[in-house]
Design a protein around this ligand. Sequence first.
Ligand SMILES: Nc1ncnc2c1ncn2[C@@H]1O[C@H](COP(=O)(O)OP(=O)(O)OP(=O)(O)O)[C@@H](O)[C@H]1O
Length: 256
Amino acid sequence: MCSKVSKADNDLRKLLSEKRLKGDEDRKVGSEVFDRLTLETLYKLAKMGYVNQLQGAISTGKEANVFKGVDDQGNFVAVKIYRVSTSDFKKMQQYIQGDPRFNVKTSNKRQIINTWVTKEMRNLKRALEVGVKVPKPLVAKNNVLVMEFIGDDIGNPAQLMRQTIISNPDYVADKILNYVKILYNNAKLVHGDLSGYNILIDDGEPVIIDISQGVTVDNPISRELLNRDITNLVNDFKKMGVEISKDEIKSKIMDV
Ligand SMILES: Nc1ncnc2c1ncn2[C@@H]1O[C@H](COP(=O)(O)OP(=O)(O)OP(=O)(O)O)[C@@H](O)[C@H]1O
């Protein structure tokens, strides 16, 4: 028992000392992201073996920060930490309320974020189950989601589709459209924020990320979100040299 506790203490010390937050931006992130409850959550995840080192920020987003971590077995993991101070609770509430899977009537900010993280985890699982390539979710606890790290063996994260040169654009576009189709028809989900900024290219393969706002097709806003996703894809594909119209995409998705 004693040795377990001291191992966990050591793990947390290691986790915090090795998070290696560099530069002004990262330091700002450090103080904003690592509030007491977040530290406690990371501590529990360290004890459970999910993350025992954080190795710096991969991204500093509007509402969350994504860190590269290492688990007990030495595997890289991606650790997404929602910031309670800057999250858009109104938007989160709107998306959660229209979702029959959740019955959350609270206006408590932490509870809303925790539900949001659970929603992201469940959407990722549901996408994986039908064969969409997304990061495998490993654990969700409070405002922290730990998932499979998408990148190379030495820890370089994969590039965003919008920020990389695609060597196989037709293949990538086709794969993405098939993912949107099976997500819609089989998982009954709409991503809701799909664009080249939420698709990673890993070894020539598209991987869809950031599915937290994804809604079930019976949500009243699902059609509007699907249309927006399709518009974004038309524009992104065009930039990659793949011409396809909104109507063509719609008929591909609905063609079951
Ligand atoms: N599983 C992962 N493996 C590797 N990198 C990842 C992973 N998940 C996210 N990232 C990186 O972190 C960035 C932010 O992730 P994500 O889009 O999920 O967070 P976000 O806070 O919603 O971002 P934003 O506010 O910019 O939309 C991604 O653009 C990607 O570069």
